[in-house]
Design a protein. Structure first.
Lengths: 318, 140
């Protein structure tokens, strides 16, 4: 608070139940014809936008600095209860729809608030909370799949890309007819990690039990199977090589950025629930300001959707 | 008032349907461009990138101006929030450039290491010139 005493400021600017009047701003007229809370919510969102932009730009810079990068339509190709069916990007599209839907219900709640319709606000806010929770559920499944089935961690990225064309070796160490070309993606499996959902478990006839150098693969000390192959073109043609991990930064960036967004969604859901309870209790009826609190949480909620537009673009589309 | 309410209700519905439609278009572009929809068809990555970035920016504008009611605020309010975002344009350009530079440095180090291996093995004269070329191309 200001240290100098401003004697004529006897209006109570902490008193939020006062409508958008001079009392809110003490300066004779509300700045930008908006309430203090709404304007400050916007400035908070602006600062938050810079935070997210910083993360997404870091992702872009690191991606640009690598010779190869995991391809989104290969990494995000599973769907709950669909087994190993290849459905690239379909699940994240579904998640996007869930979040967009909750943004629409939020708009409706704000509109009902302007009409001072308590029941309308409550119904639409409830649907928004369901949408937010649904989105978090989807994200939980996505993370669980990546961590549990595909063994990706913050420091380990099993999604690699071939930089040369070649053919895999079979269990006897001979070149098989399973060929690939430069740019093809692969997932490094874990010993005993069958049913990992990426349906490319060939060459597993050899039974891997421990770390070591096998005829068809190298098993590292984390029990990850790096399949061997023979390069068939370029200056290294004829050389036997094994699958390398993908860029390490991918896992950390993915979990950190989608996690930071998910944390925003989680906080949003918690605030929505608090405000929903207040709506039900009739608190905002007494304030007679067109449910401004609902409008403010609405701004936050739309922002979360706005950020998702860019997370979706950067992580899943490009 | 009642009329306004009906009008804003229909704007909200139209906006959400538009956003959903654009999302579907984006996903179709992302998949079609990589040969998932018409097999064998692949679009140049830069074209897909421009299309998807443009569509996403359009979605962002729709969310800000309709859902977040920015188009109904005082213009100075909107400017005070939106103009600072312009700084990010520079940040994106600068950091993508930077990422590219890191990539070049990595390739340089890789090539140099390969050159040293060659130097140890067979044709020292040729490898020596390779090292010199690499050095000249990157650090001068």
């Amino acid at each position: 608070m200001a240290t100098e005493t401003v004697t004529h400021h006897d209006t109570d600017h902490h008193d939020h139940h006062v409508d958008m009047t001079t009392a809110d701003w003490d300066g004779g007229a509300p700045v930008f014809k908006a309430s203090y809370g709404k304007l400050m919510m916007w400035y908070f969102l602006l600062s938050d936008a810079f935070t997210f932009a910083g993360f997404l730009i870091a992702y872009g810079a690191l991606r640009f600095s690598m010779p190869s990068w995991p391809v989104p339509d290969f990494v995000f190709r599973l769907f709950p209860f669909a087994g190993t069916t290849v459905l690239p990007l379909i699940f994240v599209t579904f998640m996007t729809f869930v979040l967009l839907f909750s943004s629409y219900t939020m708009v409706r709640a704000v509109q009902e608030g302007h009409r001072e319709n308590q029941r309308g606000v409550a119904v639409w806010m409830f649907l928004t909370i369901l949408g937010g929770a649904g989105f978090l559920g989807c994200q939980a499944w996505e993370w669980a799949t990546l961590i549990g089935k595909e063994h990706m961690t913050v420091t380990r990225n099993p999604f690699g890309t071939h930089t040369e064309s070649g053919a895999y070796l079979d269990a006897n160490g001979r070149v098989s007819d399973e060929v690939f070309t430069a740019g093809d993606s692969y997932l490094i499996h874990k010993v005993g990690g069958h049913g990992a959902g990426h349906g490319d478990d060939h060459g597993d006839a050899e039974h891997f039990t421990d770390a070591g150098d096998y005829k068809s693969a190298v098993v590292d000390d984390q029990n990850m199977i790096h399949r061997k192959f023979q390069i068939t073109d370029g200056p290294n043609a004829g050389t036997i090589s094994s699958e390398a991990y993908g860029p390490k930064a991918f896992g950390g960036l993915f979990f950190f950025i989608t996690g930071f967004h998910g944390f925003h969604v989680l906080s949003g859901v918690i605030f929505l629930i608090i405000i929903f309870v207040n709506v039900m209790s009739g608190l905002y009826i007494k304030r007679k300001n067109g449910y401004e609190m609902v409008e403010k949480i609405g701004l936050y909620w739309h922002f979360v959707d706005l950020v998702w537009v860019f997370v979706f673009l950067v992580f899943y589309l490009l | 008032m009642a009329h306004d309410y009906e009008k804003s209700k229909s704007i909200a519905l139209k906006t959400i349907l538009l956003l959903a439609f654009i999302t579907v278009v984006e996903v179709i572009i992302a998949l079609a461009g990589k040969g998932y929809i018409i097999s064998g068809f692949e679009a140049p990555w830069w074209l897909m990138g421009i299309l998807m970035i443009a569509l996403s920016l359009y979605k962002a504008i729709k969310i800000i101006f309709e859902f977040m009611h920015m188009s109904y605020e005082v213009p100075a309010f909107a400017k005070s929030v939106l103009l600072p975002v312009g700084l990010l344009v520079w940040a994106v350009i600068a950091f993508m450039q930077e990422g590219n530079s890191w990539k070049k440095r990595r390739e340089f180090v890789d090539d140099k290491n390969k050159g040293i291996e060659q130097l140890k093995s067979e044709d020292p004269e040729q490898t020596g010139s390779l090292l010199k070329d690499l050095y000249d191309s990157d650090f001068h």
